[in-house]
Structures are given as C-alpha cells and as structure tokens.
Ligand binder design. Sequence first.
Ligand code: CP
Length: 355
Amino acid sequence: MKHLIDPTDLSVQEISEIIALAEDIIANREKYSEVCRGKKLATLFYEPSTRTRLSFTSAMMELGGNVIGFADAKSSSVSKGETVQDTVRVINCFADIIAMRHKVEGAPLAATEVSRTPIINAGDGSHSHPTQTMTDLLTIKRELGTLNNLTIGLVGDLKYGRTVHSLIKAMTRYENTKFVLIAPPELALPDYIKHDVCDRYGIEYRESNDIESVIGDVDILYMTRVQQERFTDLDEYERVKDCFVLDAEKMRGAKERMAVLHPLPRVNEIAIDVDSDPRAAYFRQVENGKFVRMALILKLLEWQKDPSRQFDHGGKDLGCKCSNPLCISNLEPVRRRFETTDGTTRCVYCEWKAE
Ligand code: CP
C-alpha cells in the first residue's frame, strides 16, 4: 500500500511523475473529468482548513469522483472518544482513499498501520504537510522552470510551520539547493531539520535577522504565518507575531525573476501592496494545489495496485517514550516506534527525541 505521510515517501521520480501529470491535467482538463467515476475520497479534518480540504474536494469532483467526510472533529464520533485507527477502519468501509488533517503529530502515520486504502497526510500538527509541498514544488516549477540550483528564503515561523519542514525535506533531493532562514530565535527551525536533514544531506543554509539584506539573493521567498494556535504562551505570540513583514518597498531589492510563495492563510506577513507584483505567486500557488492533488489522487489509486511501490517508516519499540506531548504515541493506544540514527533515538511518528 502506498501512502503519502512525509514528502520523502515519494521518490524524486514519483514526484516528477505527479508534477508531469498535474501539468497534463492543467493542459487537458476535459480528458480527466470522468477518470474517478465511482470512486470516493474521504476528507477527515480534525483541524481547521480552507485550502487543503476544499482543494481536495474540488480535485476529486473534477476527476468525476465523490467526496465524504467531516470538517470538524466535533461533528464526528471522535467527540465520543473514537481513536484515529478505529475511525480509519470504519472509513475504509466507505471510501477508496483518505485525506487526513490532525492536530496530533503522527496521527496519519498511525492511520496507515490499519488502513486498507491509501492515506494522505493533509497536515499533522507542526510536523509535516506533504501535499502543500507538492503544491509548492509544482508552483516553483511553473514559476521558475526548474527545481534545481535554487536559493530559498524561508521567513517567519520556522518552528511550528509544518509546510517549511516538509519543503526543506523535499528540496534536499534537488541539485544545489540553498536555504536562508529568517526567523526570530523563538521560532527557529527545529534541530532535527537543521542537523538531521540539512547537515546530513550537505545542504547549505545561513541565518538572517532581516528580509532586506537577503531578498536580492533568493529565487524563492517563502513567507509563513506565525501560528498562534501552536503557542502555549500568548504573550510570546504577541511579541513575535509581526516579526517579518514583506511589503512593496522590500520587493524593490528582489531579483526580477523570483517568486514569493506563501502556503496561506496570511495574517500580516505580506502587505497587500505586494499582491499586484507579478512575482507574487501565492494565489497561483493555491490553484496549483488543486491540480497537484488531482494528480496525487490518481497516482495513489494507481500505485495501490503495484506491490513494488515502497512505503516503510520503520521503527520498533525500544522501551522508551516520545518527548512530544502532542505525539499520537502519547495520546492514543498505538504501538511505539523509534529509530536510532547517529546516536540519537527519535520517535518515528513525530521525529521528536525519545525521553
Ligand atoms: N495551506 C494550507 O494548509 O491552508 P489551509 O490551512 O487553509 O488548508
């Protein structure tokens, strides 16, 4: 069974196939309008969403399929205490493919342990958001024509921003990727991404305290919202919420050929005077999200029948506990899965260290 839980669940070749299919869908919409006739997508959204849920819904409808699901866990039996794995066992009786968003990190991976249909991670807590990454990759390819030799500025909430974590993991596999990290110390990129991802794959990164001094160096400026919902201390949120704001004045220093991306929603981090700049790609990025999800649904349904497709996050019970209070392994009765690399033992569900 092929699932998409982390961007690295897809090989570079598989990512290229999905991007190529998305581009073909864009060019030949009519050709794909019936290809999922009789198929059902279940959208299980335990956390709020506008783009991801509705683009999945729109994607399946444009493929001629149907959609069931919930947009709010309170309206499902989860509110009565049903576990993620039991919910998935039930949805397997109704749908051919599942897209799940959950505030608990590792919940979609736990779902794969029992599912008879492909599971797509539509965002798990602060951890990962691989379909946003597929959207970002298609957008970068369409805006700049390549995924190689790019310098990417990542701005804002690099601690809780799951889209940033997933994008970094995906981009390490392309040639000569460089990152510029622009975040306040409180919202710095987690160590496991800096060291276990960037350092391990020899990816060059540098840190900066402002947008102005680096904007002329980047091919992509990836803006993110400071994620209020992840803070336990709201005073800290107030201190950092408007730390970096992109405006038309700052855009004067940018390359002529570059693109501003944002997974959206935005709050204050991009002034509306940037919207009319041709390099502002964030609303085109939203539409790309629908096309790439159409391609992903088609490919996962096809690959489900191919036993040679790999999906294996590994890990075993090493008798330890995950240090992340928001990890599925600490909140629901799932088996514990840990892996030790370079002397550090991490939880397979959320990538936090073992206690
Ligand atoms: N980009 C993104 O995940 O947006 P939503 O939260 O609206 O789905």
